[in-house]
Design a protein. Structure first.
Length: 256
């Protein structure tokens, strides 16, 4: 995956220097959000290629490095918080919305919802993969003491936008599993439903890959290819869903 091969190693090099400077991970989130929004503004503004294409493409790659950095910095310095996790997720949504609207105008709104469903699928499939194997999905926050008003606001946004998507997709994935495995799937069937290759497919459609692809589209002066790719990504995940149902069927047949 791109984040593991390129962006995460780059971010790792910045962890120690920023930790020594006592940089707050939440401030890193706000900085990379500002870079993403600035990139969207430049795309929408238009103008010479170096300003409307090259500069946003570079800004988005810096944004991606910092997006990989904030979590690493928080974990390395024991500063993981509920606020930070909600903030990171919701600020990524702000950037996604700004970019999609900058490229596609009003059509950017439904495209952003589609993109959120793609990213939520990645989240759910990784969670299901780990749960089926008894692994911890997300460690508890290391720090308490969140500002209650800020945290409540972030949770309210998450509950209004992300939680319905998680519930809808989560129920649909479970219904599809029950359809091929019966009312009481075995642990083996759940593992067959959530193999690592399937999780990797969704992970490779994560935000790091999305913004890397957008950068290439900008350099090629074809930003519309990025927004047009979102329905294709959704169709790909539907195909993968059918494939993982087939994995359960094969597991069931092999044990009968």
């Amino acid at each position: 995956m791109l984040n593991e091969r390129i962006y995460r190693p780059l971010a790792q090099r910045l962890v120690d220097p920023l930790a020594r400077l006592d940089v707050n991970p939440a401030h890193v989130v706000l900085v990379h959000t500002a870079l993403g929004v600035a990139a969207a503004w430049l795309i929408r503004r238009g103008g010479p290629w170096w300003r409307s294409r090259l500069t946003p493409a570079l800004l988005l790659q810096v944004k991606t490095v910092l997006d990989n950095l904030d979590g690493q910095l928080a974990r390395a310095t024991g500063q993981t918080t509920e606020t930070g996790r909600y903030l990171d997720t919701e600020m990524d949504l702000v950037v996604d919305l700004a970019l999609n609207v900058a490229i596609a105008g009003r059509a950017g709104l439904p495209l952003t919802v589609l993109q959120s469903l793609i990213l939520t699928t990645d989240f759910l499939w990784e969670r299901e993969h780990r749960a089926a194997r008894g692994e911890v999905f997300r460690e508890a926050a290391a720090q308490a003491g969140d500002n209650p008003h800020v945290l409540a606001g972030l949770k309210a946004v998450y509950a209004a936008y992300f939680l319905p998507q998680e519930r809808l997709l989560g129920r649909w994935f479970e219904t599809r599993l029950l359809g091929v495995a019966g009312d009481f799937p075995t642990p083996e069937q759940r593992r067959a439903y959530t193999p690592l290759p399937i999780t990797a497919v969704a992970a490779n459609l994560g935000l790091t890959t999305q913004l890397a692809f957008l950068g290439l589209c900008l350099l090629g002066n074809r930003p519309q290819l990025y927004t047009r790719s979102l329905p294709v990504q959704g169709a790909l995940l539907l195909g993968v869903q059918r494939w993982r149902e087939g994995q359960v069927k094969r597991e069931t047949v092999s044990r009968t």
